[in-house]
Design a protein around this ligand. Structure first.
Ligand SMILES: [Zn+2]
Length: 298
């Protein structure tokens, strides 16, 4: 069976890429449900998709990415506008799945297909509600540790003895959790002392621990500092977009308005962006950079 799948992969390389992309879009569609229902303490399984007016959404109006464009962003039943965020989350998940598949050997890519949905959910829920439900950060930490034992190549470990490899993977993952959580905790404590106000929530501490379980300590460190840079750039772009597109502007005094003025900034989406840039784009470069620093320090 496995050799037949490999033969299929070699004969039609685009087949699996397309399948992974579609899988990502379908999972993205489910993530939209999770992002909306989990903070509201609603079941993610029942009822099926319904419109805000209460009418059930037919399957052919619920095709990931495409339906929003076919319906031009309006519900068929009552013409209520649908946020463009729904197709965006679906497209984002699909693209990240495809990137993981194309960037990494299949075993590592499969691990990342577990990581990506957890991170997308955490990032969007944090953006909406300024909180990260524990199930995503603990979920990432736990699944990261387990996968690191069974797929040590997740951390670049190549080792003929699978017992040794699994033990090394376990340590990489645990060190990632400790460094990730510890680093952000100490920075938050220092910031609180200096600024004399609460700088960061425990949600971020747990989330960076979960990221470390998959990305190792190098990935956790990059997610924190790289994420801060990416977040700042994204924030500037968002401000420019707001200033130029009137429909994006938040109402004065709304939650979102408060956030834009800088009273409250969710840090989770930045950590997630940093983690994904590391795992899908810059892993080799970042690891080489840390190795260089270690060599210079000796
Ligand atoms: Zn409706």
């Amino acid at each position: 069976m496995l050799s037949e799948l490999n033969a299929l992969d070699q004969e039609f390389p685009a087949f699996f890429s397309a399948a992974i992309f579609i899988l990502g879009a379908l999972i993205g569609s489910f993530l939209n449900v999770c992002i909306y229902r989990i903070p509201a303490k609603k079941s993610i399984a029942f009822p099926g998709s319904t419109c805000a007016c209460g009418a059930p959404i037919k399957w052919f109006d619920n095709i990931p990415i495409l339906s929003w464009f076919i319906l031009r962003g309006k519900a068929r039943c009552c013409n209520a506008p649908y946020s463009i965020r729904y197709p965006f989350v679906e497209l984002l998940t699909a693209c990240l799945f495809l990137a993981a598949w194309l960037q990494h050997p299949h075993a590592k890519a499969a691990c990342l297909l577990v990581f990506i949905p957890l991170m997308i959910s955490a990032a969007f829920i944090d953006f909406d509600h300024m909180e990260i439900p524990d199930r995503f950060s603990y979920g990432a930490a736990l699944s990261g540790v387990v996968l690191s034992v069974f797929v040590p190549s997740l951390h670049g470990i190549v080792e003929p003895n699978s017992l040794v490899a699994g033990t090394k993977g376990l340590f990489e993952s645990l060190i990632g959790i400790m460094i990730g959580s510890g680093l952000i905790l100490w920075i938050a404590l220092a910031a609180e002392t200096i600024l004399r106000k609460e700088a960061m929530g425990f949600g971020d501490v747990k989330l960076l621990g979960g990221i470390g379980a998959f990305a190792g300590w190098e990935g956790a460190v990059f997610a924190l500092f790289g994420g801060a840079v990416i977040g700042t750039l994204g924030f500037i772009l968002w401000l420019i977009a707001k200033a130029t597109v009137p429909s994006l502007r938040a109402k004065k005094g709304s939650d979102e308005d408060d956030r834009i003025v800088g009273k409250q900034m969710p840090f989770g989406p930045m950590l997630v962006a940093g983690a994904l840039v590391y795992l899908l784009l810059l892993e080799k470069e970042v690891d080489q950079y840390f190795e260089l620093i270690q060599r210079l320090a000796q």
